[in-house]
Design a protein. Sequence first.
Length: 257
Amino acid sequence: MNIRQIALAVCVSIPPPALADCTTGPVTVIGKNDYPPISFTKENKLIGLGYSVIKQIAKSKGLDTTVSTPAPWKRVVHRGRIGKVDIIIGLRSTNLSKDHFVFLPTPIMESAQYIIFLKGNELRTKEDLKGLHGGVLSGTTFTTEFEKYAKDNLSIAPVRTTKQNLLKLNSGRIDYFIAPLLPVIHLIETTGMKMKIKFTPIPLFSVSEYIAISKKSNCISMQETLETGLKEQIKNGYIDQEFEFFSKDWDVLDYMK
């Protein structure tokens, strides 16, 4: 047998990667590494209310759940596209993502977006942002009203990570950025960044956070079950309970002083 034949034999003998499974379980779930309280890492494991939601619904159908190991966001999305994971927590609904994922109609929660700035400054409303340089995370969806206001009045540059916005803020390259509060505090406290931030008492707007099912996964057949279970958890207060549990590690009042 020559080298080419050996290589071919090896390729043929290697089984294709096993895909996730929602028929017999376990349901495989993944999300962002740094987006508390929905999905974040603690002791190198993904935790958050998103996983609690899926685990409860899957359990009611006699299915186990596996939370995937943390991975860079691009790899997370790719794994969903090819069906290596069933469900992604916190994926934004865009035309591109809809090609590969089905989104539950009901959002898991509304994520308030605040103006984040350095202590010593005082920003309170969108009108205070005129003439300043701002930042935002790529993919953030504005409300129609704020989209128009920003286009007409503001200078906001997108970046790929929250850390980039924090570094730009700390170095004076931007005056503020728009983001959900807990992920920012989580990043500062887990990386040991030496900076003092403040945020506006009232958010600029809120962004809906969704549960996305891979179109390559047979969890598509569970879409109605997942939607019904999510609505029930919202109605009976389970989502609020888990939100409080996964938010307790951060004292946001410290950042309002």
